[in-house]
Design a protein around this ligand. Structure first.
Ligand SMILES: Cc1cc2nc3c(=O)[nH]c(=O)nc-3n(C[C@H](O)[C@H](O)[C@H](O)COP(=O)(O)OP(=O)(O)OC[C@H]3O[C@@H](n4cnc5c(N)ncnc54)[C@H](O)[C@@H]3O)c2cc1C
Length: 274
């Protein structure tokens, strides 16, 4: 069993960044690389930021940092375009060199440096962001998180191969990094080796998850289904970490209608059916 992670949110601050590059990495996800203008945001792999324009014309929204901390301080975010969504639409329209506000770090979707257990990373859609940051850190022996050489399996779910962000990079890691395994499922492409949703696949893929630290990130329905599938396989509740990309309710409406998802009405994001 892994020791609980204690990460306080008390040391958050606001930082100025500039868009260094922007690219669509799937039909609905834009990756932004941000570079610091002044001070660099300190964070642990797996944490998230509050992101908005530098004049707060759009509401601040939570986005997981999609890379492990780097010497140049650059941050990547993977933003799914939510139809009618204010901040995600803005993030899909901003230009290189635009200045943005980054507040953080936040969250406990992190792993203790001293842990040695195997790690299972589960992501769907832009839920790849925090698990990619964790994978980068865990596989880098020069980082505290990577010192133990923990076994890391990254299981990613998309609809089709076009949603498989960084597939080539992860497949190359698989060939070159013995402690790493990458498994992909494409839920709308029967030609792929795996095309069933991750929660349903887990019992066939893993005999047991006893002693494994499990991380699941993405739409709420995906995350809760992964948690429900991991527990019967022996993963200890304390070892299952979740990051639900829920959508903030708009307080000026009485109710927020549920948005349909293959995982159930709680999942609000378009990629929920992956
Ligand atoms: C910890 C955390 C990490 C996250 N990380 C990521 C990430 O890495 N990448 C990512 O893409 N997302 C992430 N999210 C989700 C992200 O924070 C935003 O919620 C998401 O981008 C939508 O924000 P928005 O401003 O574009 O949409 P909003 O303007 O909030 O609208 C969202 C959707 O709901 C609809 N809606 C809102 N209110 C109502 C209402 N009252 N009635 C009817 N419809 C309504 C809108 O039309 C729209 O379709 C994360 C969330 C959390 C909590």
């Amino acid at each position: 069993m892994t020791k609980a992670v204690v990460v306080t949110d008390t040391q958050w601050d606001t930082y100025r960044y500039r868009v260094r590059s922007a690219a669509m990495v799937t039909p609905v996800i834009r990756e932004l690389w941000l570079e610091p203008i002044g001070e660099v945001l300190p964070y642990r792999p797996g944490q998230y930021i509050l992101f908005a324009d530098d004049r707060y014309a759009v509401p601040q929204r939570s986005y997981s940092v999609a890379n492990a901390p780097r010497a140049d301080g650059r941050l990547s975010v993977l933003v799914t375009l939510v139809p009618g969504g204010r901040t995600s639409t803005w993030a899909h329209e901003i230009s290189v060199y635009d200045e943005v506000s980054v507040e953080g770090p936040f969250g406990t979707f992190t792993t203790p440096d001293e842990a040695t257990s195997p790690v299972l990373l589960l992501g769907a859609g832009s839920g790849l962001a925090p698990v990619r940051a964790l994978a980068e850190a865990l596989l880098d022996p020069s980082r505290p998180e990577g010192a133990a050489g923990r076994r890391v399996t990254l299981f990613f779910s998309g609809r089709t191969a076009r949603d498989a962000i960084d597939r080539e990079r992860f497949e190359e890691w698989c060939r070159n990094v013995p402690q790493f395994d990458y498994r992909l499922t494409c839920t709308r492409d029967a030609r792929e080796q795996r095309h069933t949703r991750i929660p349903a696949l887990l019992p066939g893929e893993f005999e047991t998850l006893r002693g494994v630290e499990v991380f699941a990130a993405g739409p709420s329905g995906f995350v809760t289904a992964c948690q429900a599938a991991a527990e019967p396989l022996g993963a200890a509740t304390v070892d299952i970490r979740t990051e639900e990309f829920f959508t903030d309710p708009a307080p000026w409406y009485d109710t927020v209608p549920p948005i349909e998802s293959a995982y159930g009405a709680r999942a609000p994001m378009q990629e929920g059916s992956s």
